[in-house]
Ligand binder design. Sequence first.
Ligand code: A2P
Length: 341
Amino acid sequence: MASNGLSVAVVGATGAVGQEFLRVLSQRKFPIGQLTLLASARSAGKTATFNGRTYTIDELTETSFAGIDLALFSAGGSISKKFAPIAVEAGAMVVDNSSAFRMTDGIPLIVPEVNPQDIGDLALGRKPGIIANPNCSTIIMLVPVTPLHRAATVKRMVISTYQAASGAGAAAMAELEQQTREVLAGQQATCKIFKQQYAFNLFSHNSDMQPNGYNTEEMKMLKETHKMWHESAVRVTATCVRVPVMRAHAESINLTFQKPLTEDDARQILCKAPGVSLIDDRSNNRFPTPLDASDRDDVYVGRIRQDMSQDGNTGLDLFVCGDQIRKGAALNAVQIAELLV
Ligand code: A2P
């Protein structure tokens, strides 16, 4: 570690999550002594600002990690697969935002509000390794659902997501903006990132479709929950949908519990839960929206109600919104890094 703080590298520094890493690191006063910004050869020589200083972006290469204490990766799965082990070999702790290592045995998958203990004996400098940041929809779901699970044991979850453009990266956000302008001008929408028109439309999540009829985003919500809760008995079924929203995901979550849990008790638990804020005003029909959650750290929860189709107070419905780039990616990764400092 440099005497004045950690030597930190951001891999994918020009991307939507990479840029948010810089904002979150600055806002949370993360103890950075030296900062290295890495992206593809296309971006080498471009600049980015951090804490009022201008930094030049370097091309990511196999020698990028000499002297780095902590590397925050968000440049896609194939870059992580190749370069995260190289970074660890060079002595850096890696927090990886891609899906490359999430389900790998021995690699912790962490949401600090859910399973911080799973970091185990990994330690900056002494025992470097890879820590995986979960899928954004999984994080936004588990921050509010885990405290309810601790109280009444979730048996089954049924989730429908309303997912923002940011989850597909900066280019997808730009595409939504451009298509919106084009459609309003009466022009044909230009489709590059997504195969179909996104503005004024919605569609099933663009991740790969599996032989079982689920897409990989939906399967991540199941598998990652099992890994982080250390329990494969909980039943999870999800339908993931992209909606033309810029940067915050919404999710409708239906829960079945082993033990009864009243909506009042659920509300009390959620009021005190770390990382959760309530917007649950029935009299004014005011509940969380993606805009409420945008640029905010907390996951917002509302529509907390007993599921009247389930007997004995064993069912609950929630509607949640969380910033995909922030808690769904950059903030969660930086919070993981904070557990190591
Ligand atoms: P670049 O801007 O140079 O392409 P997003 O998820 O918002 O699309 O961002 C992806 C990030 O991953 C960007 O910072 C992008 O850099 C980076 N990236 C893509 N390909 C590579 C690569 N081959 N080497 C390093 N970084 C890459």
